[in-house]
Design a protein around this ligand. Structure first.
Ligand code: AHR
Length: 329
């Protein structure tokens, strides 16, 4: 079996190719659009509309499909895996050319992925990973390295307490339970802060990546924990909800409680520039163009990179002030 490993940077995305015997025409799409025309038909199942990030991601996918001349069938699962599975099954029945989806959670996809494979409809994962052992069930996975994002958040915090010998109480707002970003941002952060035993996560609960839930959970944290030094929120929206709770409790976000979030959407960056958040790890939602390029290749029977990693940065308060005027999302 032929195995190749290659790395290339293009369009702000890092493509890491791990191809095992990847051929060309024999794995092209055969689903077709009912033979009605030349336009590629892409069925896309989106997680939902839980955050500013998700809104920007949906806009990116729709705009890029339009620009690429791809007919997009878009389904919103409203955060429910059963709905996503039903949407994917419907795409199979309709005989779309390619299916793409952002899986709400990591597990439970093997059966529907096999159904797509049996129907000769290639699948591309975007944004979030699945835990399927059989990687032949999808052609490519385009998205961030969530573990690295968590690590960057933890490393920034480590630096803040370098050389200090004081207990640091951290509360964590996790993303959707069982989702790849929640699992990886948690483990990456935990691994990084291990280097300083004074840094302790005293409370950790899901806020489902939503602003309202971030607020409610933070209210509960503030009631049960007297001394909270740091909030680590797995996305901006939960952090922004928590800021409301912190203010209502008479504390100053960013000063009395240090806040670290992930995403760097405009609302988060605005709060960072205003001093209410201390550090943001970027997670880019602009995956549309790369997805459409991959869809075209897959449909043409060309080989594609099995893993395409989004390139991302981090922002301090000063960097947010500079970046805000040209921020796209
Ligand atoms: O999967 C990406 C995550 O999902 C984003 O960080 C979060 O805001 C979104 O809801």
């Amino acid at each position: 079996m032929r195995k190749t490993l290659s790395v290339a940077v293009f369009g702000g995305l890092l493509a890491v190719s791990a191809l095992a015997g990847c051929g060309s025409s024999d794995d092209s799409a055969k689903g077709g659009d009912g033979g009605s025309g030349d336009k590629i038909v892409l069925g896309f199942s989106q997680v939902g509309a839980e955050s500013g990030w998700r809104t920007a991601n949906t806009e990116s996918i729709k705009a890029s499909a339009d620009a690429a001349g791809i007919t997009l069938k878009f389904a919103n699962a409203n955060g429910k895996q059963e709905q996503q599975i039903a949407d994917i099954r419907s795409f199979i029945t309709q005989g779309v050319d390619v299916i793409a989806f952002s899986p709400v959670v990591t597990s439970g996809w093997d059966a529907v992925l096999k159904e797509a494979k049996d129907a000769d409809i290639p699948v591309v994962l975007t944004d979030r990973a699945v835990d399927s052992q059989d990687t032949s069930l999808y052609k490519s996975f385009i998205g961030s390295d969530f573990k690295l994002e968590g690590k960057k958040a933890g490393e920034w915090l480590l630096k803040q307490y370098e050389g200090k010998n004081e207990p640091v109480n951290i509360v964590e707002l996790q993303g959707t339970t069982g989702s790849a970003p929640a699992l990886d941002r948690q483990s990456g952060f935990q691994e990084a802060i291990k280097a300083n035993p004074n840094l302790k996560i005293v409370k950790s609960q899901t806020g489902d990546f939503k602003r309202a839930d971030g607020k409610t959970v933070m209210e509960a944290f503030l009631q049960s924990e007297k001394d909270i030094d740091v909030l680590y929120a797995h996305n901006d929206d939960m952090g922004l909800g928590a800021i409301e709770a912190i203010k209502a409790a008479g504390k100053k976000p960013g000063t009395d409680i240090k806040i670290i979030t992930v995403d760097a959407v405009k609302d988060g960056m605005t709060a960072l520039a205003a001093g209410e958040i201390n550090f943001i790890v970027e997670c880019s939602p602009l995956l549309g163009d790369q997805l459409m390029q991959t869809v075209k290749k897959v449909k043409a029977g060309e080989s594609v990179e099995q893993r395409i990693v989004t390139e991302e940065t981090t922002f301090t308060q000063e960097q947010a002030k500079e970046a805000l005027p040209t921020r796209k999302y």
